[in-house]
Ligand binder design. Structure first.
Ligand code: FAD
Length: 516
């Protein structure tokens, strides 16, 4: 049969399984459709990166001699939804079937899978760009009483041979996390990310995005994400030379003015397929082996990509669709309005939101311990928070966003992603960042006018969820401290938190027909 090969916006890899051994007459289709751009209000930089990268990729395929159809967003014939558009094109070119590699969302996988027996059948192909397939993950998980990243990660190290010396981990330990928790030095200097030129394709996309999606949250004028594999390789090399050596020790640090610190900024290029996780991990391993990067940095980075990234993907595909409905802590609050405006007196929260608005980026600890922790402590509903995370980050795809937000941040999966919630008080922010110096609140005070709201919210959260959490061995110590507090102090904290929560303005949920 002659196929129409549909290449999705996060499948921009020349070694994509569906592009191998194409029969004569095959048509490769890439489709920009409004439905995917709007089902949450994606950050304009996120949309621009994907569209420009798709257009460049289509051009590269044409240069290789493939027959390519590109449905641009403003083509008059464009049906503006993925499945109808692919079917329209297959009919137009007289193709007998539609081939597609597993998409990044269960919603699409499900809808495409339902058409495998249609008169114009869809053929779903496994994505082999990861270290593990969902089947590999299911096999690993089968029969285990509890799932833990650490066990999965060790197995991944053994299977891949990364940072292994025979059957032992390089340096004798699997994990160097204890070396990777330094706060920032007094006057840090961070590498400036490389700047990418904008060619005519990117300029045209930026104009298009401004016209169609200019009303979405986020700046577009400072756009500077890679849109080709070549640009993504420049970012990778820059990271290896200038970021990786200090990546480990400052992995958890937060800065009031620097958004990227020593982070790689590679997630979006990885997720769109411009870089492969294998080439990135192998390049990082090489830096260690050749003495240019310390082991704690190389191991810390490889743990994120070979461990966490694969782990969340495995969880996503083996637990959906129920996973998305998880709400173990029964949180119901709408998203606080400041997530869209940055209008809050909590300096840490304000800066994380402003950086997100400006760069479509915040690093992991900001996502987890600032915007994430605040939402957890306030009891924001998983759906409201997940829609925000899916919308605002340049690297956001549901398979990776959802387990991180619903599971790791909100503990809404009941402990699959983390054995305890990552809840923290103002003390944590004060230790790991320089925000508190610029903040009107005092991280050392729990009650009173100047007290950091995170402190009373933290104890209030623990109190509210004592039934669910106090039996957790990893939380024993903290519940011990709570129980030793006098009634009066507890009552004052409760009132402080409740007053704060009562004054917190929420936004209505982003309702649409595609989600949930
Ligand atoms: P670095 O700090 O340089 O890390 C290197 C790489 O490791 C990243 O590029 C990424 O590919 C991988 N990685 C690190 N942590 C994780 C993780 N927890 N899960 C999966 N991969 C990881 N990452 C996304 O790619 N897309 C998302 O939509 C996304 N949503 C998130 C939502 C929340 C609430 C949280 C807490 C984390 C989320 N992450 C997401 C994970 C992580 O925060 C980002 O991958 C990282 O901040 C991207 O920046 P970087 O490339 O500079 O990362």
């Amino acid at each position: 049969p002659v196929p129409l090969v549909l290449v999705l916006g996060d499948q921009l890899s020349h070694d994509l399984a569906s592009l191998a051994a194409l029969p004569d007459g095959s048509v490769v289709a890439l489709c920009e459709v409004a439905a995917e751009g709007r089902y949450v209000p994606h950050h304009p930089q996120k949309i621009a990166m994907m569209l420009s990268a798709m257009r460049h990729f289509a051009e590269e395929l044409r240069e290789q001699g493939l027959r390519v159809h590109y449905s641009a967003l403003d083509d008059p014939d464009n049906t503006q939804a993925l499945i109808p558009e692919a079917e329209r094109l297959a009919t137009l070119y007289g193709c007998d079937e539609i081939r597609v590699v597993r998409p990044g969302e269960w919603r699409l996988w499900q809808a495409m899978g339902e058409r495998e027996t249609a008169p114009l059948p869809w053929r779903l192909i496994e994505d082999d760009r990861f270290y593990t397939t969902p089947d590999d993950f299911a096999a690993w998980a089968a029969g285990r009483k509890s799932l833990r990243l650490e066990h999965f990660y060790r197995e991944q190290r053994r299977r891949s041979g990364l940072l292994m010396e025979g059957s032992s981990p390089a340096g004798g330990q699997w994990n160097y996390d204890h070396d990777n928790r330094e706060p920032l030095p007094a006057s840090p200097t961070f590498p400036d990310p490389p700047r990418h030129g904008r060619d005519a394709t990117t300029e045209a996309v930026l104009a298009l995005v401004e016209e169609h999606f200019g009303d979405h949250f986020g700046r577009l004028d400072v756009y500077d994400w890679p849109v080709t594999r070549r640009q993504a390789r420049v970012d990778l090399h820059h990271f290896l030379r200038h970021g990786l050596p200090d990546f480990g020790r400052y992995q958890d640090a937060i800065s009031d003015d620097a958004p990227f610190l020593f982070h790689s900024r590679l997630s979006a290029a990885l997720n769109l397929g411009l870089l492969s996780p294998r080439e990135v991990c192998e390049a990082v391993e090489r830096e260690y082996l050749e003495g240019r990067a310390p082991l704690n940095s190389a191991e810390g980075f490889i743990r994120q990509v070979l461990g966490w990234r694969e782990y969340v993907r495995g969880l996503y595909w083996t637990r959906m669709p129920d996973y998305k409905r998880g709400n173990a802590l029964k949180a119901t609050r709408g998203l606080p309005a400041c997530y869209w405006t940055g209008d809050t007196e909590l300096r840490c929260l304000q800066r994380a939101i402003e950086m997100t608005r400006d760069h479509a980026y915040a690093h992991h600890i900001q996502r987890l311990m600032v915007t994430g922790n605040f939402a957890l402590l306030c009891g924001v509903a998983p759906e409201a928070l997940c829609d925000w995370y899916l919308a605002v980050y340049v690297d956001a795809c549901e398979w990776v966003e959802l387990p991180n937000t619903l599971g790791m941040v909100l503990h809404a999966d009941g402990g699959l992603m983390g054995s305890k919630p990552y809840c923290a008080s103002g003390k944590y922010i004060d230790r790991m960042s320089d925000h508190c110096r610029h903040c009107r609140f005092d991280p050392k005070r729990v009650t009173g006018e100047d007290a950091c709201p995170l402190n009373s919210l933290y104890w209030h959260f623990l109190e509210r969820h004592a039934d669910a959490l106090s039996g957790n061995p990893r939380m024993k110590l903290i519940y011990g401290s709570l129980s030793r507090m006098g009634d009066e102090k507890r009552q004052a904290m409760r009132e402080q938190a409740e007053t704060f929560l009562a004054g917190l303005e929420s936004t209505p949920a982003w309702h649409d027909d595609g989600r949930g």
